[in-house]
Write a protein that binds this ligand. Sequence first.
Ligand SMILES: Cc1cc2nc3c(=O)[nH]c(=O)nc-3n(C[C@H](O)[C@H](O)[C@H](O)COP(=O)(O)O)c2cc1C
Ligand code: SF4
Length: 672
Amino acid sequence: MKYKHLLTPLKVGNKIIKNRMSYPNASPHFLQGPEDYPAEGYRAFVSNLARNGAAIIDLAEWDNPDQRKGPMDMDMTHMQSFDMTNPAVHNYQAQLAEEVHFFDSKVFVSMQEKMPAGYSMDGGRFPMGPNGKPTEILPTERVKEAVDLCVEACRTYKLLGFDGLTVRVDNELIKKPNPRTDMYSGDSIENRTRFTHEWFAAVKKAFGGDFLIKAVIAWEQPDGYGPFTRPGGGYTEKEAEEFIELFDDVVDILEIRESDVCKSHPTGYTMKEDVHPAVDFAAKMKAKGVKMLMAPIGGFQSPDEMEKILAEGKCDMFVLARGFMADYDLGDKIKKGLGEDVVPCIKCNKCHGTILPEHEPWISVCSVNPLMGKSGKIHRMTANLTHEPKKVAVIGGGPTGMRAALYAAGLGHDVTIFEKTDSLGGQLFHSDYFSFKWPVKNYKNWLIREVQKNDKIKILLNTEPSPSDIEKGGFEAVLAATGAKASLPKSIEGIADENGNAKEGVYTCLDAIPKEKELGKDIVICGGSEVGMETAMFLCENGHNVTVLTRQNELGHNCSKLHYITMAWIKITDDGRAVESPAWEKYENLKGIVSVTTKKVDGNTVYYEDADGNEHKITADNVLICGGMKPLTDEALSYAASTPEFYAIGDCNGAGNLQICNEHAYSRAMLI
Ligand SMILES: Cc1cc2nc3c(=O)[nH]c(=O)nc-3n(C[C@H](O)[C@H](O)[C@H](O)COP(=O)(O)O)c2cc1C
Ligand code: SF4
């Protein structure tokens, strides 16, 4: 058994937890429609998590139907918001629990405190935020009523088959203005969390080990952190420890996040590979003899890494959200000891929703798992597809070509990848250079490893077949993944010759990356898209001074607005507040000039115009052009008549990102 510790069950209270991996409160945003009950897509997603190895699954509760009717700035357009006041809804909740139990897993409800109507503990708004309804402060003598309501809510869930309760308590740990003056307020952790302790103690008294309690904290929060806090807010590691001591009698499992909202959704930028401060904190608590089980969360997926940490006794279990989403065969691969075959999550947070100004509402999908969120419908969609083994040519050894080859080989086809360069990986080569792209590098290397070891896939490097080569070669289907190339916009004078090739000294961002060492100190990048900004950050990290010119009114305009939880960092402002700030603001040697149009490049000088039509110029050692990508569609279509079946996939068919590339790879392979 390669992953013995990871697969060893645990007895917690009166429940057996089947292994050491659980799933947090992390529901993809698009699975639920307007239904007041868990929709089929949502139920299928949840039961698939259980099948995929999640021993405990937290389900969002949000039992306030009003929440969904509000504007976009709250979660109501996408979040589950089940009407638990309607007994018919209970049926579907019970079915959900039954589906999870079928796979020997447990289901917890992720609950907020219950209050008598119109009241809250601190007189804030419910649900939180400016659009919530104002509430009154619950009088001290009525707090018991609130505790009873919380216990009754747990009783309902327990009757429906739920196994426990999850509560995020770090909101209480954070110091924030509180108008109360009784023992439920004040600076001490004991007072701040007194209500929650009374609630948990009452649940324990009512249900004992039959209904478990999981608390979620971060191991510390920066001073002044959070929308409602000000300097002097946040909480320290010592306060987190104090909380643990106070709650050790009532909490069964402690989910421990990293220290702030950016790091609690870790990316290649906010997290270093193999570095997990939450594990160190868990180990420290275990060494102190704490009883509650320590379950760190944030960036875990590698079975080898989790196994090692458990074997060292540093924690008791792990909580994984994106790890389960990125690979729907994670559980099976762990059972078979095939850790290196797990599809690496690239930590892009697309599953958390991509909300772009021109792209509403929230769509949450997975960049590397085209099946993510399709559990409820994929069987219907593919029911009539049959797969006779065929000879398949894949043109292009980039990420789309390799993934399509893997899917086609998995369906029994005999696959040949033709790659015109001397290496596999296509545009993902940049991940070998950017320090913060290590998750993408892991994904690229996983693709290369998987195609190389697959005996149904033949790889021909330095080979660009003609359409007649394909026809003569007896291929029966082509998956053309010819990709895209960086373009040089015609609107900028002086960058390209009459054939459209870059003039001497002009680089596209992609061309410049491997030549970084040859570039001078001062660099201008024309174009401030995500690619431009990431290239700028890479150059800054390597000691260059970079100025980015963009005609948009902000840098990184096409970054997901969830950038704030993908590559943001916590900046402490002059007045002591902790503000989530875009990655590029960290670099003192990076300057952005917005709302300007690059007109001309002459040698090392860039001429640009501001919004008022005033002309400016800037001189640098090198000028980089970041002007988007041109799909190599004609190259792909040239193969269209060479086999009875032809599909253009990936960037040559307008994909533009890994998620759509992988959708193409999976679905077109399924069509063969
Ligand atoms: C789709 C999605 C939805 C999430 N929703 C919530 C949420 O509603 N509340 C919350 O506290 N955390 C939420 N999270 C954060 C996760 O609970 C978790 O902390 C984070 O994904 C880091 O863990 P991971 O690296 O294993 O994914 C969400 C994460 C994802 C991917
Ligand atoms: S690859 Fe991206 S979208 Fe998929 S699970 Fe990981 S972070 Fe989410």
